[in-house]
Design a protein around this ligand. Sequence first.
Ligand SMILES: [Zn+2]
Length: 287
Amino acid sequence: MEFCRTHFLAILSLVLLFPRTTKGWGEDGHAIICKIAQPRLNNAAAEAVQNLLPKYAENDLGRVCSWADHVKFIFPWSSALHYIDTPDNLCNYQYTRDCKDENGLKGRCVAGAINNYTNQLLSYGRDSDSQYNLTQALLFLSHFMGDIHQPLHVGFTSDRGGNTIDVHWYTRKTNLHHVWDDSIIETAEQRFYDSDMDGFIDAIKKNITKEWSDQVGDWESCDYTKTTCPNIYASESIKAACEWAYKDVSENSVLGDDYFSSRLPTVNLRLAQGGVRLAATLNRIFS
Ligand SMILES: [Zn+2]
C-alpha cells in the first residue's frame, strides 16, 4: 500500500478527529504505554522517533498511540493485526499454530505485525529511499506493543477475546473485553488519581523504579539474536487471561470491587511491561 507522504499526513490528521473505537487497550491504556516508553529512549531512538512522528504530535508519542485503531476503516487489512485468537481453554500460545487471520493467512496477527514493523524500522537511516512508510511503521509498532500486552488480546477464539461475553461493570452493561481495554483503567483513574491519567502514569513509573526494579532487566531482554520478542509477550498474555481475566467470569456476571481490586495489579503490570518493552525494542532498532 503506497501513499505519498502529504496524502498520508492529511489522512493522519483527519483520522484523529474520528471518535474512538474500542479495540485494544482503550485510548488511555495505549497513551499510558507510549508515555512510559518515550522518556526511556536512548539518544539515537529519541532522535529517530522525533524525526518520524507526524508534526501535529509535537514529539509526543502518547498522542498518536491509538492511531492504528482509528485507521482500521481506511486500512481494513490491518484489523487482524491487533490480536491473536488461541484455541479455547488451552491457555497457551504457539506462533505457528495461532498467528494467522480468519482466512488462515500465516503471520497475520499482533505478534507477526510486531516482527514486521520492527523489520521495516530497521531500514531507518540505512536506505534513503526505503520502500516503507516508516512513520506508519512506528505508529503501528507502538500501538501493537500495547495490544499484545492486553491479556484478552491473546484470548480464546470462540468468544473473540471476551468480546462476546456480556458482563456488568458495577451497574453498567458491557463486555469482558471492554472491561480490560477501558473499565479497569478508568475506574482506577477516577478512584485513585482524580481522573488524571498523568497521576496514574506517575504511579506506574514509580513502581518500575522501585517495586519492579529487579525485574525490569528481564522484561527488556530478548533472545540476543532478536530485536523484539512478541512470542514471549503473547504467551504471558494468554496466561494472564486465563488466570485473571476469564477466571470466575461467565455470561452476565456482575463484576465489582472484588474483581477490580484483584485484577488491577495485573493491569498495572501489563501497562508497565508494555511501556518498558516498547522503549527497549525502539532502543535496539535505532542503536
Ligand atoms: Zn489495537
